[in-house]
Every structure is written in structure tokens, then in C-alpha cells.
Design a protein around this ligand. Sequence first.
Ligand SMILES: *Cc1c(COP(=O)(O)O)cnc(C)c1O
Length: 220
Amino acid sequence: MFAHIHQNVTEILGILPEHVTLVAAGKTRRPEELQAAADAGVCIIGHNYVQEAQAAVDALGRPVRWHMIGHLQRNKAKLAVELFDMVETVDSLRLARALDKAAGEAGKRLPVLIEVNSGREDNKHGAEPNSVKQLAQDICECQHLELQGLMTMGPFLEEAESMRPYFQLTRELFDGLRGMNLPGADLQFLSMGMSDSYAVAIEEGANLVRIGTSLFGARA
Ligand SMILES: *Cc1c(COP(=O)(O)O)cnc(C)c1O
């Protein structure tokens, strides 16, 4: 029934270089579709909404890992800590502190990425590029968080090639952080690129790509 998903996953896993990990962007997909992707070899599923993720985790369980890839509200921190193996979208110290507290209460250390607003767009979430260093240092003070890298969306542009500068900027920030030898951080992930842009993102250093449409088809 979901042969196309199986085929798409197999094809993309075949294209991705070995050092790049696929995150299936699961928003709006039914649990059966996510299960088909997992059966075909997807190891990480990303979700944008806590409620939707809860339903998916309940249905699929934990043979896959779960990443939060959408904007997270502080009042959902506790549930997010329960559900997700990584939050890719930390963009403020207030959110980091809420997650730190919830992770401490849960007796966990939560892997997080900083989301960078690489296009400096008013209507987008993510930390301003200029504030990333300070935020990274502050996150390293949070005992129950482990900073593992950066994530960016970039502006929505028709041409993947036009997104290259935003990926480059995020890569430069990532390299800058790595050069700081932040105590307690383990900077290994650069999450950039979606269905239309992952090839360019990988050229610019992405090693996590978040792909929805090319796996599951167009969203309704
Ligand atoms: C939906 C989504 C994706 C995947 O987008 P596609 O174009 O469907 O591949 C990646 N990242 C985030 C944060 C998303 O919300």
C-alpha cells in the first residue's frame, strides 16, 4: 500500500553519502506512512508539533528516534523532553532553560541543536546569526542539555542554488563554535537541507537532512 514510500526511502538512502543521516520530516503524515518509512530504513523521524509527535510515538514506539524540528513553546518543554531524543530548534535562552529544567526533572541529558535564522527573516524562528555564539555558551551552562550542533531552514527560495549562502553562513557559525572548544558540548551535527535543497546543503557541510515531500509525496 505504501510501496512508493518504500521506494523513495530506498532511493534517497542510496543517494546520501555515508556520513549524512536522513531525518524523515513527518508532519501531517499518518502513522502508517511513518511506519512504512521506518520499515524501509529510516532511523530518525522529525516532527513539528508536540501533539502530532505524541500520536506518532504512541503508534510506532521507539525502534526509531524522534527529533523536534518545529518551533517549540516553552510550556511544552516537559512533554518535549519525554518524547524527543533531540530538539533541533532551540533558539532562545528561555527555551533552553525550560528544557534544561524539564530534562533535569526527568533525569535526562537532552541533545539539542541551535536553530539559526540564517536569512535574518522577521517572520522566522531561530536565533539571529550574531547571537549564536552567546547562546551556545549559555546552553553549555545548562547541565541537562548537550549542545550537539546547528540547524537552519533558510528562506524559501525556488532555486536550491540560491540557498547556498544561508547554508554557508550556518556552516561558518558551526566551524566557529567548534573552534571555541565549548565545555560539555559535542558539536557534530549540522542539520540543513530539505527535499529541494539537500544536495546543496550537503555540499556545504550538512550531515543531517530533513526530508518530507520526496519521501512521502506532496502534503495535502
Ligand atoms: C516540512 C519540513 C521539512 C521537510 O520539507 P520538505 O520540503 O517536505 O522536504 C524540513 N524541515 C522542517 C523544519 C520542516 O518543517
